[in-house]
Design a protein around this ligand. Structure first.
Ligand code: NAX
Length: 330
């Protein structure tokens, strides 16, 4: 990468914002040779807190950081950016259903899609973290017709990382010996964490685990419910694990997935694996030269098919609800 890259983080004074900013500024997002300017956006009530974050970042003396635009002015925040990490939103709290979030966050992502369209670079890459992430990404995409559709993604990397971590702990191996799990569908409790193509210590994960009951029950429900379990334990949603996952997501998208490994990313459905066009669906992807490609030709059995369709149905119903609220036609 060359020249200075402008990286926007919205919700910069929130939990994830606080954890992700030093990771970005220290070079973990775009590599050790890429100078950056950070754009940090907050809403006016959090202006003071944002100012505190700005001062802390300055005090870190990160060599790659060539400037900070810390602002509550959305236009200033979105102007000329190369990468948008859209975290700012109303978080899910204990007991809150994700569908309750749709109307609150739909408005935010409609505005941000419009801002991206008007003020950001035309090749800006957008990673949506704020929930409901897939549908928020779809809304932003719908309001940004000047930006290629494939530049809008939603983060399911945290779920992917959680699935790798759980397989590693179950088999007593290191995370680095686990590869190619898949998160299909929505970043929600309907997501389908699929181990059928995963490899643990060089062996197919199903053979390596050798416990189909555990894989079909505890494993899946633990990953699907992990966010809610962390909220229950911490009283707040995941923060630094989400920040690390967001950095992984953008890093691999721009700089490539490691040889022989894929990752999971919410991207525009294109009919692959029978998922109709028109939602942001998490697929296995391989990234090279700043582009992702959906991994093709994986064998899908009946068990997987049912779970992949179920999470698609949820995305479709989120879309229908959000589009009707926003007055958009499908
Ligand atoms: P916080 O409430 O700590 O921070 C959110 C920040 O966003 C606040 O400071 C708020 O002032 C700001 N904000 C709200 N509206 C804004 C706007 N229009 N423009 C700019 N900033 C705005 O929440 P946090 O724990 O950081 O979580 C942020 C989002 O990430 C939530 O929606 C949460 O549900 C979601 N998550 C998504 C995950 C994923 O895997 N995709 C996992 C972690 C997390 O749950």
């Amino acid at each position: 990468m060359d020249g200075i890259k402008r990286v926007l983080v919205t919700g910069a004074a929130g939990n994830i914002g606080y954890a992700i900013i030093p990771l970005i500024a220290s070079g973990q997002l775009l590599g050790p040779d890429q100078p950056i300017i950070l754009h940090l956006l907050e809403i006016p009530p959090c202006k003071e807190r944002l100012e505190g974050v700005r001062m802390e970042i300055e005090d870190c003396c990160f060599p790659l950081l060539k400037g900070i635009v810390a602002t509550t002015d959305s236009k200033e925040a979105f102007t000329d950016i190369d990468i948008a990490i859209l975290v700012g939103s109303v978080p899910r709290t204990a007991g809150m259903e994700r569908k309750e979030l749709l109307s609150k966050n739909g408005t935010i992502f409609r505005e941000q899609g419009t801002l991206l369209n008007q003020y950001s670079k035309k090749n800006v890459k957008v990673a949506v973290i704020g929930n409901p992430a897939n549908t928020n990404a779809l809304i932003a995409q719908a309001y940004a017709p000047n930006i290629p559709k494939e530049n809008f993604t939603a983060m399911t990397r945290l779920d992917h990382n959680r699935a790798c971590a759980l397989l590693a702990s179950k088999t007593g191996t290191s995370y680095s010996n686990v590869k190619n799990v898949i998160i299909w569908g929505n970043h929600s409790s309907t997501q389908y964490p699929d181990v059928r193509h995963a490899v643990v210590n060089g062996k197919n994960a199903i053979e390596a685990i050798n416990d189909d009951t555990w894989l079909k029950n505890e494993f899946i429900s633990c990953i699907q419910q992990r966010g809610a379990t962390i909220i229950k334990a911490r009283g707040m949603s995941s923060a630094f694990s989400a920040a690390v996952a967001a950095v992984n997501h953008v890093h691999d998208w721009i700089l490539g997935t490691p040889e022989g490994k894929w990752t999971s990313m919410g991207v525009s459905s294109d009919g692959s694996y029978g998922i109709p066009v028109g939602v942001i669906y998490s697929y296995p992807v391989i990234c090279k030269y700043g582009k992702y490609e959906i991994v093709q030709n994986l064998k899908i059995d009946e068990y997987s098919r049912a779970l992949m369709d179920k999470t698609y149905e949820e995305l479709l119903s989120e879309k229908t609800e959000a589009y009707s609220f926003l007055g958009l036609s499908a």
